[in-house]
Design a protein around this ligand. Structure first.
Ligand code: NAI
Length: 247
């Protein structure tokens, strides 16, 4: 078991990639805090994972765009488990539009969740991890933050910003043995990509060398590597899980 005795907090983990990470981490012995804005689904996910793997799993409601919620998440987690070894900043949303048509609300809401949300959670957990003198932070970016994407100025800016946050925090926290890395998934089969039309799907598959979308479990296995002792000399890295779409 690669995460025996560890405590992991995962934002946006009621479903999709976050849930897949939770499952893989539970199967490797980690205790979990399933945090999501959708508390009913988060509670259901936490109950199912606890039943399946037997490790202590708790659901906590929270909107990552609010610093107060992130501070409550950290307090609730440390009150129960005394420590947080791993934070996965996974919560994210899309509100796509062409630049000319994008509203201020569409821009602000995506930046608030995807970019400020990562800052909020890192700020909230930093005191705990600095005191522990150890920790892992894994930020879920996107291939779109590396290469841009028409119709996603808000999302690509937020995900590019997540890479910059990752490198900054990796430098700031390295001396305290807190490793900070990012994963940049390509197109992964989840509720987020279910919104794509068949035409968009076919176009995307045509530019992915592996010629298919990835699975949430592909991202979860990369997260396990970055959370485990196997990656103890890696920080500030952006790990692509994209079928070769961007290299
Ligand atoms: P999803 O839509 O299936 O799950 C996102 C989860 O985040 C949901 O449970 C939702 O309730 C929660 N959430 C939304 N806003 C929140 C907030 N303000 N506070 C707390 N929780 C909130 O999406 P998916 O596909 O699992 O995405 C997870 C992460 O992976 C996101 O950051 C996304 O941008 C990123 N990503 C996804 C890709 C894909 O192809 N599915 C590709 C690249 C990155």
């Amino acid at each position: 078991m690669k995460l025996q005795g560890k405590t992991t907090v995962i934002t946006g983990s009621a479903q999709g990639i976050g849930r897949a990470i939770a499952e893989v981490f539970a199967s490797e012995g980690s205790r979990l805090v399933i945090s999501d804005i959708n508390i009913e689904l988060a509670q259901k996910t936490a109950d199912e994972i606890k039943t399946k793997y037997g490790f202590d799993t708790m659901a906590v409601a929270g909107n990552v765009s609010k610093l107060e919620d992130c501070e409550t998440l950290v307090k609730t987690s440390t009150d129960k488990f005394s420590k947080i070894d791993i934070l996965i900043n996974n919560a994210g949303i899309t509100k796509d539009n062409l630049v000319l048509r994008m509203s201020e609300t569409e821009w602000d809401s995506v930046i608030a969740v995807n970019l400020k949300g990562v800052f909020n959670c890192i700020k909230a957990v930093s005191k705990t991890m600095l005191k522990q003198r150890q920790g892992r932070i894994i930020n879920i970016s996107s291939v779109v933050g590396q290469m841009g994407n028409a119709g996603q100025i808000n999302y690509s800016a937020s995900k590019g910003g997540v890479i910059a946050i990752t490198k900054t925090c990796a430098r700031e926290f390295a001396s305290k043995n807190i490793l900070v890395n990012a994963i940049a998934p390509g197109f992964i089969r989840t509720a987020m990509t279910d919104k794509l039309t068949e035409g968009q799907r076919q176009m995307l598959v045509s530019i992915i060398p592996l010629a298919r979308f990835g699975e949430a479990s592909d991202v979860a296995k990369a997260a396990l590597f970055l959370a485990s002792d196997d990656s103890s000399y890696i920080t500030g890295h952006v790990l692509s899980v994209n079928g070769g779409m961007y290299m």
